[in-house]
Design a protein around this ligand. Structure first.
Ligand SMILES: [Zn+2]
Length: 458
């Protein structure tokens, strides 16, 4: 029988758990020192190792040949727990066993000593799905826990767990692994399993899995099954995940920025014809918007970007071209469309409407506003009393002052950047030292500070 890749590469020991070292080390020490709790709650998003960790803990608590807090994975008990046929360790899916009767059955079981191991371990998955009656019954057991019983509750929604239960559990918050952590895991698994894959494809799978290790490994599994031994590349991942290409998303965003509605419709239709799900097109667009936003706001945090090396340049170009307000507007509109289209029977029309709206809004956004936004992002600001500077300059250099009529200026760091197309101004500012001096003196008088000067380049 085919065993899925994520099952084959599931960690067997604490030391094999990736990205949750703060939890696995603590648990291992608790096992070594015998200071473990009778009730744990593991919380965090789906597919990041909560149940896997619970099983390792169950093995460590029962293993016949514990090795420095780690289960040996060789003894009959370890093997039995892995195979799921040791009655002392039970995994209960609360999503399908929500009732009070299920918990009562546990209560009865728990009265008896374990059959083969040292502890009865109850792993309750999706614990937030338990009914109120079931929680109350569970609380009764937790209030006076039998000595050899350990509960491990796993949940994706900790806010739905009653406070009375929470207060009796040792809580561990599982972290969502970073794209980089998932990339490293994928590379490790690929090398172990002899799967040929290039780095762009690894990156894309890591990005698409949105922090889920299981999802990432499942996608790698499918890719390796259809690749026929060829190197898995980005386009194979894209076709399997039926997601739009980075190129298409970036072109779509660019078309919107250029208010080219016809091109937007054309690109959406191309994706649609390729059976790309409109909802995942929206998700990809949001991801690209976020990348652009990051490029505009946190210039040093380049490793937070969720993008392949190949698409970085184009993303940078777009980020350079648009203002912060524009990208925030786009992000907001696509987010709204995404929420709407998931409820709509005609998602494609929702997205087309969204793009039409965007094209209209971006088109009427005044150029000046864009420029001033651009200026403010560059930590520069427009000089409000520039007109006064020009008036002051009239007294000492009327030619230059005249050339500066209708100009505007910005301050960036210690430089005043003057926005003017006037050829006399450009000539004077390049070649006439006296003109420069006169302007600087006028600036000191009005602005109260000595600045350098330079032409403002759009
Ligand atoms: Zn063992």
């Amino acid at each position: 029988m085919y065993k899925a890749l994520y099952r084959r590469s599931r960690p067997n020991r604490f030391s094999e758990i990736v990205g949750q070292e703060h939890i696995s080390l603590t648990l291992k020490n608790e096992v070594i020192n015998g200071t473990f709790s009778h009730a744990y709650i593991f919380t965090g998003s789906r597919g990041i190792g909560k149940t896997t960790t619970a099983k390792i803990l169950a093995k460590a608590l029962n293993c016949a040949a514990l090795q420095n807090g780690e289960p040996c994975c060789e003894c009959n008990i370890c093997k039995g727990i892995d195979a799921g046929n040791i009655p002392d360790v039970q995994e209960i899916d609360a999503a399908s066993n929500t009732g009070v009767d299920n918990i009562r059955a546990i209560k009865e079981d728990a009265q008896f000593a374990p059959t083969v191991g040292k502890y009865r371990v109850y792993i309750i998955d999706e614990a937030h799905m338990l009914s109120i009656g079931a929680f109350n019954a569970l609380l009764k057991i937790m209030e006076e826990p039998p000595n050899n019983v350990v509960f491990i509750l796993a949940t994706t929604q900790i806010n739905k767990i009653p406070a009375t239960i929470l207060s009796r559990c040792q809580r561990f918050d599982f972290l969502r692994p970073s794209v980089l952590t998932i990339e490293q895991l994928l590379l490790k698994v690929a090398s172990k399993e002899d799967i040929a894959i290039n780095s762009d494809a690894v990156r894309l799978i890591a990005v698409l899995s949105d922090g889920g290790m299981r999802d990432a490994l499942s996608l790698l599994d499918v890719c390796s099954n259809v690749s026929n031994g060829k190197v898995i590349d980005e386009s194979l991942v894209e076709s399997i995940a039926a997601i739009p290409l980075d190129k298409e998303c970036l072109n779509l965003l660019e078309a919107a920025i250029n208010s080219d509605y016809e091109l937007c419709i054309k690109i959406i239709n191309e994706c649609y014809v390729k059976a790309v799900d409109i909802s995942s097109l929206c998700e990809s667009l949001l991801r690209h918007c976020r990348n652009i936003l990051l490029l505009k706001t946190c210039k040093k945090e380049i490793n937070l970007l969720e993008i392949s090396q190949k698409s970085l340049k184009k993303t940078q170009e777009i980020a350079f071209k648009i203002s912060l307000n524009q990208i925030m507007l786009i992000l907001e509109e696509i987010k709204l469309a995404y929420e709407k289209l998931n409820k709509s029977s005609m998602p494609k029309i929702e997205l087309e409407l969204c793009l039409l709206n965007l094209c209209k809004k971006l088109h009427v956004l005044p150029v000046n506003e864009c420029n001033s936004n651009q200026a403010s992002e560059d930590e520069s600001f427009r000089i409000k009393n520039w007109q006064q500077v020009i008036e002051c300059l009239t007294e000492t250099n009327s030619i230059l002052a005249g050339a500066l009529n209708d100009s505007s200026a910005y301050i960036k760091n210690d430089t005043v950047l003057i926005d003017s197309e006037n050829s006399i101004f450009l000539e004077l500012i390049r070649n006439d030292e006296n003109a420069k001096k006169d302007l600087k003196v006028a600036m000191v008088k009005i602005l109260g500070k000595r600045y350098r000067i330079g032409p403002y380049k759009k």
